[in-house]
Design a protein. Structure first.
Ligand SMILES: Cc1ncc(COP(=O)(O)O)c(C=O)c1O
Ligand SMILES: [Zn+2]
Length: 404
């Protein structure tokens, strides 16, 4: 059953049919799906959800497909893990990790957004998809396109981590490594897609793509037994995830399924923190030139940056940035206290949560969820010099004794 009724301009509310468009022709603002909320309220109730399969499609009424998904069926429902030792260290009452680093199939939350956008591409009759990416999206588009039998064109900076490069190339897409930063590559991909008629998941398919991020809010709410945390901390790159988390909670609240939306906190690396600056100064995003090892979230000119800053402020949250050294400490702290190995964006999230607690934004009575959006095995470079690896021994028991 589908409830999407078309696309709507975020600024002037102009309506458009479902198609390969992403900007309002009247005012230039981004478009997003519009739903029949009365229809959704009449057709689904909260307590019937538990009988559905544990993937993002259990929230199908809140997603912009017009038919049942034909590919990427098994995405979502990643673990939500309680982390009491980390809660104590940071200084909050309870803390959970939303572990999208274990997402199927490509080990980051980008599986959610790609699952939605690739199904929409198929509905629109598109056979070639693609993306500009800082790495995780490249992995996801290449993986999902391979499984779906679609052609894919993936544009990435030539100096991203080996795990991200090989983790894309292994699927044998058309992979274009570009000598430039993400913002330059984004522009190049937009030009190429216009010339060659491709569906680019995070450009002309963006209204559909972005909706996938809401499922992270839906899942954590359901996994907590329909109890909403006080605060959610999210890493930010283009700003889509942070703003869609708020929208997801607001949509459940609109139906009366939950009472309130958590405070949303945004995290970035200090070397690329245009959305944090916008949120703290209450001004529009001013683009920056990224300089950080948190490559996956190094977007200097974030498309949804203003929307993210606005969502954060409206939720009663705020934003924080952390240095590269702090993010590495965040990765190590998380690993040693929880057993979860997250990538650089997760290190930023953990370190930012600690900073926000120090500043009093996260309090001793707060229940907090950290969005850990990617897997540490993909960004080994960030920590390899920091981790002590013991020298090898000959295989004799006598060599163990000195170690004890
Ligand atoms: C691991 C990880 N976390 C978070 C983000 C931020 O996503 P958004 O662009 O929706 O802000 C990204 C984006 O690339 C990412 O790769
Ligand atoms: Zn408009």
């Amino acid at each position: 059953m589908t409830f999407v009724t078309g696309l709507q301009c975020r600024r002037c509310n102009a309506r458009y049919p479902i198609s390969l468009t992403h900007r309002c022709s009247a005012c230039g603002a981004p478009l997003e799906p519009h739903y029949d909320w009365d229809g959704i309220a009449a057709s689904v109730d909260r307590d019937s959800l538990h009988t559905r399969e544990r993937n993002i499609w259990r929230y199908t009424e809140f997603l912009p497909l017009e038919h049942a998904p034909t590919v990427s069926g098994d995405v979502g429902w990643t673990p939500l893990v309680e982390a009491p030792k980390l809660a104590k260290t940071i200084g909050v009452r309870k803390l959970w990790l939303k572990c999208d680093g274990y997402s199927y199939p490509s080990l980051s939350f980008k599986d959610r957004v790609v699952a939605v956008s690739i199904n929409k591409a198929i509905e629109l009759g598109i056979t070639t998809v693609g993306c500009p990416s800082t790495g995780n999206l490249a992995n996801a588009v290449a993986a999902h396109a391979s499984a779906a039998g679609l052609d894919s064109w993936i544009f990435v900076p030539d100096d991203i981590e080996v795990g991200k490069t090989i983790g894309t190339a292994v699927y044998n897409p058309h992979m274009v490594r570009v000598k430039g930063n993400y913002d330059q590559i984004n522009k190049l991909t937009a030009e190429a897609s216009e010339r060659f008629g491709w569906g680019i998941v995070n450009i002309n398919l963006r209204p559909y793509y972005a909706e996938g991020s809401k499922t992270m809010a839906f899942e954590m709410t359901e996994q907590l037994g329909w109890r909403v945390p006080d605060a959610v901390v999210s890493p930010m790159a283009g700003g889509s995830l942070a703003s869609k988390l708020k929208q997801g909670f607001d949509q459940f609240r609109r139906l009366g399924w939950i009472d309130n939306c958590p405070r949303i906190y945004g995290a970035q690396a200090t070397g690329c923190s245009p959305i944090v600056t916008a949120a703290l100064t209450e001004r529009e995003v001013i683009p920056v030139k990224p300089k950080t090892i948190a490559r996956s979230i190094a977007i200097g000119n974030p498309v949804d940056g203003n929307q993210a800053a606005e969502a954060i402020r409206a939720s009663g949250g705020t934003a924080a940035s952390v240095s590269d050294e702090e993010l590495v400490e965040g990765i190590k702290l998380l690993a040693t206290l929880t057993g979860v190995f997250t990538e650089t964006a997760g290190g930023v999230t953990v370190a930012a949560a600690a900073r926000l607690a120090e500043q009093g934004h996260l309090g001793r009575d707060d229940e907090v969820v950290l969005c850990l959006t990617g897997n540490g095995m993909k960004t080994i470079e960030a920590v390899e010099k920091e981790i002590l690896v013991s020298t090898a021994i000959e295989p004799y028991l006598s060599n163990i004794e000195p170690l004890i």
